[in-house]
Design a protein around this ligand. Sequence first.
Ligand code: G6Q
Length: 547
Amino acid sequence: MATSTSSLTQRPAWRALGAHYQKIKDVHLRQLFADDPKRGERLVVEDVGLYFDYSKNRVNEETIRLLVALAEECGLRARIEAMFGGEKINVTEKRAVLHVALRAPREQSILVDGENVVPKVHEVLDRMADFANRVRSGGWKGHTGKRIRNVINIGIGGSDLGPVMAYEALRHYSQRDLTFRFVSNVDGTDFAEATHDLKAEETLFIVSSKTFTTQETMTNALTARQWALKQLGNEKAVAKHFAAVSTNGQEVAKFGIDMANMFGFWDWVGGRYSMDSAIGLSTMLAIGPDNFRAMLAGFHAMDEHFRAAPFNKNLPALLGLLGVWYNNFFGSQTVAVLPYDQYLKRFPAYLQQLTMESNGKSVTLEGAHVDYQTGAIFWGEPGTNGQHSFYQLIHQGTKLIPCDFIGFCKTLNPLGEHHDLLMSSLLAQSEALAFGKTAAEVKAEGTPDWLVPHRVFEGNRPSNTILIERLTPEVLGKLVALYEHAVFTQGVIWNVDSFDQWGVELGKVLARRITPELQPASESPLSHDSSTNTLIRRYRKLKGNTK
Ligand code: G6Q
């Protein structure tokens, strides 16, 4: 394979950042704040209802100037326009990338191959709303005439993580007499546990699959069909208890789902960018069409901001560029996302797919091997839980882990002092990470000399703080779009295709090859490596062993 001509690392702004890094790498955040007492008021951006404080980063104005220059040299502005303009920027799959069209207002026009796709988007949204209203009101009856009480989304990857995350995030706004569950894993345990206490006559399955061929989803969907028919005893029940979300009408029809219950989307919507398409049907069923549209309006507000704001005031661009700074110059391997809100408990898992599937690439758009680092590892847990487990390593370990703190000024569940305690933890953590505690301070507390080194906190550990008034559907849309476009920004800098996922496709093919070989009676000769062959034989033997 050709090696990259290093166009990124040869860029003037990249080289200037390298030189600048040498100057700033040992400067402590204590110093940066002491030199500029108003730093915490200046290194912030407030727009579209989000307050983004990036002052606790190891940057100064020169760093930001150079990062912005890098974005410009890499043509970020033109690439944003190419995405919004429907150009086929997913080059390896020759597809447009238009999740932004999913949240475009009715009157907007976005062309793909000369066709305005916005009317199609709204037609599906209107059908979803009609369906959601009928299920939510009890107007939609199951096969035995009972109303639906349980909704189970069957999907995996992009057809699961967005729906689960959004349901958990917006649970406060959900219709409480409906139960929502999500089955993704091909492990039968997932299906069994999701259904063990439910009655089929009150259950609606939404089979969510862009391709409608994904092994896990189709296996779970067939199991669901059998489970429902066993209880309801009539093929006709499928029309009342199954809906589908897909781009593949033919396969949906083959499965036997009534086409009136199919909600479509298009090849220009990537799986991990699809929670605001019909893949969000379970979300709409939970929170209702008006709240769903409010979420879309939030996405759209961030889209417009990303498109229009200068890069030094542009929330996704800054978030993405700061990520490049740590990833490529400080050598950080990971980013911790730490939402101080229990409703956002699945947000880090959602972001893992969004970021790592998008930018976990090692060749450029032209197919040359990169000679620089690309996508970071994203991980995290909600605060304050994480404080009692892995924060230790962030504070005192040997690794530099930039953190994103996300917090809300108003809680959705006011209960005594809880919210102030939660938020004071967020603020205390980012403060401690940045400023640490010196040996002199530790000694002054009366700590014996031998214990001092253990109780010193170096500090200088960077973080962003995103502070928002309250978690609403609109805010969730803004937050997701913020990270979507930060990922896009990084993909442009690294010159990778953020919208393909050949690694996922590989897994889909490999699993199919081994399945027939696992049967105990299988005679097929094994032609894997000696480790895989031996593991397969052992599995076959013990699986057949009923003792
Ligand atoms: C997302 C990926 C992947 C995909 C799943 C499910 O960007 O392509 O996670 O969403 O593999 O695919 P289907 O929706 O086609 O079942």
